[in-house]
Design a protein around this ligand. Sequence first.
Ligand code: UT7
Length: 328
Amino acid sequence: MAKVTAAITGTGGYVPEDVLSNTDLEKMVDTNDEWITTRTGIKERRILRTPGMATSDMAVEAVKKALQKSGTRPEEVEMLICATVTPDTTFPDTANTILHKLGAKNSFGFDINAACSGFLYALTTGAKFVESGMYKKVVVVGADMMSSIVDYTDRATCIIFGDGAGAVLLEPVTDGTGLIDSILRSDGSGREYLHMKAGGSLKPASAETVARREHYVYQDGKPVFKAAVNGMVSTVQQLLDRNNLSVADIAWLVPHQANIRIINTVGEYLGFPPEKVMVNIHKYGNTTAATLPLCLWEYQNKLHRGDYLVLTAFGGGFTWGSTLLKWH
Ligand code: UT7
């Protein structure tokens, strides 16, 4: 019997309309367009400013588009995994809210918190439910409203992040396309470099934690940069080696969009020509769990059946990994 794999049969993306440009940021903190552009590659990012709207609302829009592609109705969705570090509420989880807003009444879901690697963790998990035969329509969404946890007085972080959501529908196929392999990693010793200090059980919210601005993203950028390059390069290389593939066999490298210098360094180390590397960081900044599915959504018209794609990400935790896909 032919092996069942999980293929991406639909992609969707959503970014809010409001643009926050480098020029806007120049008026908010001591920074400038030249610094931001040369150090990060970001020119603008999207910010969700509509009162009452949150991560789940962006996710719903992305999921709707992913379902449209294959003519899938919300009631047909069996499972949804949402990768996010900015859930609407600590509980219930955002997947639960997304399913409700979609009208997906025959489903269940849960969130995965793996920061910028969340989409890869969620994609790999969702694919296993499809491969096992348990479910036939699994949605994986990466969504983050980073503006809700960014300190707009901290120039080291506020220039980096943006809001957005991206989603894919996974369905079983037997034609050899779909998710082929993944290498996922984590190392909790890296958590000191990228985290939110308060708001969890370790340090619950209090007047003091608010006064100390501890409910925002904290990042020590340099060690994260170095670990990101090492983590992405090593897992991509291992993935290629153990699948007997070389860079020449891969149509697209799909890297997490954290910094254009990281993207370029990873591509150069591995030997990918720039035209085979997906990039949209200049428009959206770092949307955390949404960067990879937003890339897939935006580049979908350039993808052909049978193309090999390698997705790679690195984020807070540390978490990182790479996934090999054959495009359906
Ligand atoms: O997605 C999750 C994973 N995250 C990442 O992969 C991010 C990895 N890290 C990075 O992308 C980079 O480290 C940053 C973009 C965050 C920072 O770039 P950097 O080249 O590492 O800059 P730096 O933090 O070492 O700062 C260099 C200088 C400092 O000034 P001095 O000490 O040299 O005088 C900073 O104070 O640039 C200054 N600086 C800025 N200047 C203008 C920091 N932020 C800004 C700013 N505008 N926004």
